[in-house]
Design a protein around this ligand. Structure first.
Ligand code: EPU
Length: 421
């Protein structure tokens, strides 16, 4: 198993290119199942999660070619000859559940393994199921698999999600594109990745309105065609790297970044004493002065502060001037990075979904363990600000969501390397 070794060595300077969004690509890829014609995704990120989704789609009979060093994905679902999403693949990655809606819409039936819990929470699928049932699907759980059938095809429905779930919104919107009649999805999630999915589906001939608002209306069509679509910028990769100069000092330009992808996060950075300015090519980030001020954070659905940046923000707060309170409202168990940061000298008290972080002068390098994707990057960021060497183990987590992570940090002057243990 590989580890990443980071040495805190002062201010960072340079540019980092931001990749296409993992979470957009993971919902755009299953959209191929909706059409017999090819779907080409450009600006795809090079990540292990993308390989897992490719393997899942291939197991269903789709063809997936990775071109231009993985930046272009050519997908074709001309022949879907299997309708079972197997546990062995689904358990590796929850986003596998995004094949359910498209398969049900295209084939009228699907068997998809329930993914099981994951490090950050239980993450059930009840919201996906309720929405598809509202559209006439019958769904039964048998031996860990959801057996879904839409006798006579899916039918448009008016449905309100109990919670604005990203995945349930994506599954429902994809399913509704081929349903008979109109679907109105209320309390829909508004994340930029959903807007990107709708833009792609529209290119494929889908009739959808209201993306980016909490009511999405989908008029079902008989068939969808092929399309070529560039994956939107990864706002979470962007925010993660924005924290590097905030934590270690210096000035870093994030190529392709835009404030409107991360407005709530940028507001918090501003309050913490970090300046973010738009440039021709992206975003320039630097500390305004020597001190980082403590800020309180509550994670919320978009456009609120993203849960996927909570761990990284906590790393910044570890050396802030004062006490900050971070409240996690999306996942019930997303503070596993806190005990690892404490090993580096951070002062953090976790009570349920609330973490209180008292800033310390300096973190100290230590051996720490990545517990999930975003936690892994928060530990690397903490290592940039620490005295001495930090060794982050289990970095396979980081490979799920950050392409060329060592090269990107090294490119702004960080002392970082990947080692085999
Ligand atoms: N939930 C339910 N029932 C459901 C679906 C969700 O109770 O049927 C709960 C979940 O347990 C969780 C909350 O609702 O507590 C939010 O879940 P949501 O469905 O919105 O999240 P997701 O679609 O499973 C996506 C991202 C996550 C990101 C969340 C929230 C992808 C592939 N994953 O997950 O990304 O944290 O939205 O923004 O898009 C990551 O990239 O590190 C990551 C975890």
């Amino acid at each position: 198993m590989d580890s990443i070794v980071v040495k805190g060595n002062g201010p960072l300077k340079g540019q980092i290119p931001i990749a296409g969004a993992k979470n957009a690509c993971l919902t755009l890829m299953p959209a191929t199942l909706l059409s017999e014609e090819p779907l080409t995704l450009t600006n795809a990120p090079r990540l292990s999660d993308i390989k897992t989704m490719s393997a899942l789609l291939e197991s269903l009979g789709a063809e997936v070619s990775s071109l231009q060093d993985g930046k272009v994905l050519a997908l074709s679902s001309h022949n879907i000859d299997n309708h079972v999403a197997d546990y062995e693949i689904v358990r590796k990655m929850r986003a596998s559940n995004l094949v359910l809606g498209p398969m049900l819409a295209r084939l009228g039936h699907a068997i998809v393994s329930l993914p099981g819990g994951c490090a950050i929470g239980a993450r059930p699928m009840d919201l996906h199921i309720a929405a598809l049932e509202a559209m006439g699907a019958e769904i039964e759980l048998k031996e860990g698999y959801l057996h879904a059938i839409a006798r006579g095809g899916l039918k448009g429905a008016v449905h309100e999600l109990r919670f604005a779930s990203v995945g349930a919104t994506e599954n429902t919107v994809m399913a509704a594109t081929l349903a008979k009649g109109t679907t109105v999805l209320k309390n829909a999630a508004r994340e930029p990745e959903i807007v990107d999915l709708v833009h792609c589906l529209r290119k494929m001939g889908a009739q959808i309105e209201g993306e980016g608002t909490s009511t999405i209306t989908i008029q079902g069509v008989d068939r969808l065609n092929g399309a070529t679509h560039p994956v939107v910028t990864d706002r979470i990769e962007l925010g993660s790297y924005m924290l590097a100069p905030a934590i270690a000092g210096g000035e870093v330009e994030l190529l392709g970044g835009r404030i409107n992808l991360l407005a709530a996060f940028c507001e918090k950075l501003d309050a913490a004493g970090v300046s973010v300015t738009e440039t021709e090519k992206g975003l320039m980030v630097a500390r305004k002065g020597d001190l980082i001020h403590s800020v309180d954070v509550v994670t919320e659905v978009y456009p609120g502060f993203p849960t996927d940046l909570q761990a990284q923000m906590m790393a910044l707060m570890c050396t802030a001037d004062g006490t900050s309170v971070l409240e996690e409202k999306i996942f019930e168990n997303r503070f596993m990075h806190a005990p690892e940061l404490i090993r580096m000298g951070a002062n953090i008290d976790v009570q349920g979904g609330v973490a209180t972080v008292k800033g310390v002068k300096r973190l100290k390098g230590a051996r720490v363990m990545a517990t999930d994707l975003r936690a892994s990057v928060s530990l690397i960021l903490a290592g940039l600000a620490a005295e001495g060497e930090t060794v982050v183990s289990r970095v396979y987590h980081v490979d799920r969501g950050y392409e060329h992570v060592v090269a990107k940090f090294a490119g702004i002057g960080a002392q970082i390397e990947r080692v085999k243990e």
